[in-house]
Write a protein that binds this ligand. Structure first.
Ligand code: NDP
Length: 475
C-alpha cells in the first residue's frame, strides 16, 4: 500500500467556549450546583470544554420551561412549525462543516463519516419532519392527532447530533416541546444546536438542553411533568427506565442494543460483501447499535471470504480522526475501550482465534485496532454480548435454515443483513429474521423516510418515517 500525505481538516472553523451552561427557555443559564464536567477529545485526551452538570432543580426548571412553551407551540399551525424546522435544517446545512469538525473532536469519529454521513442525515431528518408538520391529519393517525406535551429525551454518544435530530425533529413537528440530555462524553454538538435554535428564532422553551450524567437523565425521565420519554442507549439503562415508568401515564420508546447478523451466502458477490462487512462493523469504530457484529458466512466460501476480508482490513487507516484519509477513528472513552478490551480478552480465553492487521496505534488517546475473531461458537460472550467496538465475530453455516436459526439466536433484534444474488432467498430470509431492519446486499444504510427500531431486547417503538410520528402523538 502506498502512503498518503496527511490531509487534516482545519479545526479553526470551530469556536469552542471554555465553559457551557444549560440551555433553558431560550437562554444560557448557570446550573444551581457547582459541579462541572470536562469533555475531552478521545483522540488526544485534550480537554475541549467544561460543561454544566444539571441537578434535579435544573431539570425541573427545564421541564417547566418546556411545559410553558407547549400551549403556544402546539397551537401554532403545522405550516408555521414547519417554517422553523426548515430554517433549522438550512442552518445545519450552512454550518455543516463546523458541526462535523466539532462532532469529530468530541466523539473521535473520522471526519469523513461526520461530514458525509452524520451531518447530511441530520439535515435530512429536519427537512423530512418539517414536511410532515402540516400533514399530520393525513398521516393515518385520525383526522386530528394531538401532541403529547413535554418530551424528555436521553441520547447516547455514538451519533450525538444525529440522535438529537432523530429525537427532536419528529417531536417538534408533532407540536411537542422537548428537554434533551446528551451523553456525558459528547455534549458539544447538542450545545451548538442550542445556538442554532436561537439563530432560527425558535420560541423560548420549545427546545431545552440539559447536560449531565446518568443521574441527570434519571431526573429527567422520572420528572412528573414529562409526558413522553424517548431513550436510546444500553439495554441495561433501558430496562431501568421501563421499570421506573411502568404504571405512569408516560408514553415510552426505547432504542437499545443489538448483536446483528450479517449473513453471506455462497452466491453473493464477494467483493461487494467484503465492503458491506467492513461498513457493517468498522463504520464509526463499531459504536453502532445496529452494527453487523456477527458475520455468518456459508461454509463453502468462508476461507475465500476471510482471506479477502483480511486483505481489505490491511488497507484501513487508523489515526487522526480529523484527517480526511482516516477510516478508523478513536474509541469514544476510556470506559468503552476497557469494555472492548475485556470482551476481546474473553473471546481469546473462550477459545476463539483473534486477528488484527498490522496497525500502528497512536501514543495518546483511546484506540482499538480492527479485530476479527474466527472459530467463534454461539455460546461465546463475543457472539452473545454487544461489544460496541471494531470487533467482528465470525461464525459459519451450511443451510439457509441454519443461518436463520443462528441469526435469531440472540436476545436482541435490531438489524440484520443478507448477501445473496437470489431475490427469492432474500425474501425467504427477511420474513424469518427477527430484526427491525433487514438490509439486502447493503448494510448500515439510513434514511429519514425509513422506520428504525427493534424486536426483543433491542427495544420498542419506531423512529424515522411516518411511523416515527406515532411516538409523539396522542392516538
Ligand atoms: P447508557 O445507556 O448508560 O447511556 C445512554 C444515555 O443514557 C446517556 O445519555 C446516559 O448518560 C444516560 N443514562 C445513564 N444512566 C441513566 C439512567 N439511569 N436514567 C436515564 N438516563 C441514563 O450507555 P453507556 O454510554 O454507558 O454505554 C454502555 C453500553 O451501552 C455500550 O458499551 C454499548 O454496548 C451500549 N450502548 C448502546 C447504544 C445504542 O445505540 N444501542 C448507544 C450507547 C451505548 P451519561 O452518558 O451521562 O452516562
Amino acid at each position: 500500500m502506498f502512503e498518503y500525505a496527511p490531509a487534516p481538516e482545519s479545526r479553526d472553523i470551530v469556536d469552542i467556549r471554555p465553559s457551557y451552561g444549560l440551555f433553558i427557555n431560550g437562554e444560557w443559564v448557570e446550573p444551581q450546583g457547582e459541579e462541572r464536567h470536562k469533555t475531552v477529545n478521545p483522540a488526544t485526551e485534550e480537554v475541549l470544554a467544561e460543561v454544566a452538570w444539571a441537578g434535579e432543580a435544573d431539570v425541573d426548571r427545564a421541564v417547566q420551561a418546556a411545559a410553558k412553551a407547549f400551549p403556544v407551540w402546539s397551537a401554532m399551525p403545522g405550516a408555521e412549525r414547519a417554517k422553523y424546522l426548515f430554517r433549522i435544517a438550512r442552518i445545519i446545512q450552512e454550518r455543516a462543516r463546523e458541526l462535523a469538525v466539532l462532532e469529530t473532536l468530541d466523539n473521535g469519529k473520522p471526519i469523513r463519516e461526520s461530514r458525509d454521513v452524520d451531518l447530511p442525515l441530520v439535515a435530512a431528518h429536519f427537512f423530512y419532519y418539517a414536511g410532515w408538520a402540516d400533514k399530520l391529519a393525513y398521516a393515518g393517525f385520525g383526522p386530528d392527532p394531538r401532541p403529547l406535551g413535554v418530551a424528555g429525551q436521553v441520547i447516547p454518544w455514538n451519533f450525538p447530533l444525529l440522535m438529537l435530530a432523530w429525537k427532536i425533529a419528529p417531536a417538534l413537528a408533532c407540536g411537542n416541546t422537548v428537554v434533551l440530555k446528551p451523553a456525558e462524553t459528547t455534549p458539544l454538538t447538542a450545545l451548538a444546536f442550542a445556538d442554532i435554535c436561537r439563530q432560527a428564532d425558535l420560541p423560548p422553551g420549545v427546545v431545552n438542553i440539559v447536560t449531565g450524567a446518568g443521574e441527570t437523565g434519571a431526573a429527567l425521565v422520572n420528572h412528573p411533568g414529562v409526558d413522553k420519554v424517548a431513550f436510546t442507549g444500553s439495554t441495561e439503562v433501558g430496562r431501568l427506565i421501563a421499570r421506573s415508568l411502568a404504571g405512569t401515564r408516560k408514553k415510552l420508546t426505547l432504542e437499545l442494543g443489538g448483536k446483528a447478523a450479517n449473513i453471506v451466502f455462497e452466491d453473493a458477490p464477494l467483493d461487494q460483501a467484503v465492503e458491506g462487512i467492513v461498513n457493517g462493523i468498522f463504520f464509526n469504530q463499531g459504536h453502532v447499535c445496529c452494527a453487523g457484529s456477527r458475520l455468518l458466512v456459508q461454509e463453502s466460501i468462508a476461507a475465500d471470504l476471510l482471506e479477502a476480508l483480511k486483505r481489505r482490513l490491511g488497507t484501513l487507516r487508523l489515526g487522526d480522526p480529523l484527517d480526511k484519509n482516516t477510516d478508523i477513528g478513536a474509541i469514544n472513552s476510556a470506559e468503552q475501550l476497557a469494555k472492548i478490551r475485556e470482551l476481546s480478552e474473553a473471546g481469546e480465553a473462550e477459545g476463539a482465534e483473534r486477528w488484527s492487521p498490522a496497525c500502528p496505534i497512536p501514543d495518546r488517546g483511546y484506540w482499538f485496532p480492527p479485530t476479527v475473531f474466527t472459530g467463534v461458537a454461539q455460546s461465546h460472550r463475543i457472539a452473545r454480548e454487544e461489544i460496541f467496538g471494531p470487533v467482528l465475530s465470525v461464525l459459519t453455516f451450511r443451510t439457509p435454515a441454519e443461518a436463520v436459526e443462528k441469526a435469531n439466536n440472540t436476545p436482541y433484534g435490531l438489524s440484520a443483513g443478507v448477501w445473496t444474488e437470489k431475490g427469492s432467498r432474500m425474501l425467504w430470509m427477511a420474513s424469518r429474521l427477527r430484526a427491525g431492519v433487514v438490509w439486502s446486499n447493503t448494510f448500515n444504510r439510513f434514511d429519514p423516510t425509513s422506520p428504525f427500531g427493534g424486536y426483543k431486547e433491542s427495544g420498542y417503538g419506531r423512529e424515522g418515517g411516518r411511523h416515527g410520528l406515532e411516538a409523539y402523538l396522542a392516538l
